[in-house]
Design a protein around this ligand. Structure first.
Ligand code: SAM
Length: 351
């Protein structure tokens, strides 16, 4: 199967993304006779075969469930085995549209790393495009070759084991003729001078260098200028998801009510403890030391409304209370912040 082509039904040997929870998506290859064990229960792979992608699968006992999702570059990015820092979707989606990577585009990527961005490139360039990706770390190179093969990307991706800073990008198999370049390397300025040999001389070429430090950006900008790149611009993607909800307005009187309530419950508790001790002593005197004396439990909803502590739950926006609207950012979003330095190279037309 291919991660970039959609199919409807799960078959033996397919890669599926098992959605266990929002923060836990597990990629598995369906294999007859195997069982997936999760904290919600066990799921035999046999029960997945024949289901539609997107189906909800219950455990044989019917208590826990997972969703069986079709692999996408986005799901792969949040679930892949990390070998390096990776580019996450907030950055890759921005870079792809900013460099106008479309069906048929020819892209250079270095280094391959964990292959996260390569998957996003692959879906955009499609069957008619090409990605030339380079990795100098041998184990990472081999794992990338394996994964791209397993995910049906062999037709689009050419992986080369190479130090691009010292050896450049030229390969013997084919002419690269790239129209987009993405460099996620510690020293992109050493790779930039090698690009002229492999980029298109007929179309505008876009470049993006992904660097976490401003010192790297400065050296990159210098190298871009020296090598004839123009429209140099540095941006940073700050992905923030805004949460919007109502917050109840609480007055000083509410705080006093709360303190009174705490005091009242403390007093009630002390009285109850006293009663319990008395009952225990009585039972002991009657030689029934094991007697269990059950205390009536007050349900939270019976306590009435308490603006701060235990009490009846109030639905957001419920009438009879004062509310104000709040909006704030979501605390956690997966992204690896780096500076994105963009530039273009326009071919010199021979008149
Ligand atoms: N963009 C990748 C992703 O989304 O998974 C992550 C790239 S990772 C941060 C950087 C990779 O570049 C590392 O795997 C490293 O081995 C490789 N690398 C560093 N310098 C290199 C060079 N001169 N030539 C080729 N690869 C290089």
């Amino acid at each position: 199967m291919s991660i970039t082509k959609y199919k409807d039904t799960i078959e033996n040997g397919d890669l599926i993304m098992v959605y266990i929870s929002r923060l836990h998506i597990k990629p598995i290859v369906v294999q007859q006779g195997e069982v997936l064990n999760t904290r919600f229960g066990s799921f035999p792979h046999d029960s997945m075969i024949g289901l539609k992608y997107g189906a909800q699968l219950l455990t044989p006992k019917g208590k826990g469930f997972v969703y069986l999702l079709h692999p996408t570059p986005e799901l792969w990015t949040v679930s892949l085995p990390h070998r390096t820092q990776i580019v996450y979707t907030p950055d890759s989606s921005y870079i792809l549209q900013r460099m106008n990577v479309i069906g048929g585009s020819r892209v250079i990527e270095a280094g391959t790393g964990s292959g996260s961005f390569t998957h996003a490139f692959a879906r955009n360039v499609g069957q008619s495009g090409r990605i030339f990706t380079y990795e100098f770390h041998e184990a990472r190179y081999k794992q990338a070759v394996q994964e791209f093969g397993d995910h049906g990307l062999n037709d689009m991706v050419v992986v080369t084991h190479r130090d691009v800073c010292s050896q450049g990008f030229v390969i013997t198999q084919e002419k690269i003729d790239a129209d987009s370049v993405f460099l996620d390397l510690p020293s992109p300025w050493d790779a930039i001078p090698h690009l002229d040999e492999v980029i298109s001389q007929k179309r505008q070429v876009d470049i993006c260098c992904f660097s976490p430090c401003v010192e790297q950006v400065m050296k990159t900008v210098e190298s871009l200028h020296e090598n004839g790149w123009t429209q140099v611009e540095m941006t940073e993607v700050s992905s923030l998801v805004w949460e919007s909800r109502k917050e109840m307005i609480r007055e000083v009187d509410d705080a006093l009510k709360r303190l009174k309530d705490v005091k009242k419950r403390q007093k009630e508790g002390i009285e109850k403890l006293k009663e319990l001790a008395k009952a225990k002593a009585k039972a002991k005197a009657e030689m029934k030391s094991d007697t269990y004396i059950k205390q009536p439990k007050l349900k939270d909803r019976d306590r009435g409304y308490n603006p701060f502590g235990k009490g009846r739950r109030i639905a957001e926006g419920e009438e009879g209370f004062d509310w104000f609207n709040v909006s704030k950012t979501e605390r956690e979003i997966k992204s690896h912040t780096s500076y994105l330095t963009f530039a273009v190279k326009v071919p010199q037309l021979q008149l």
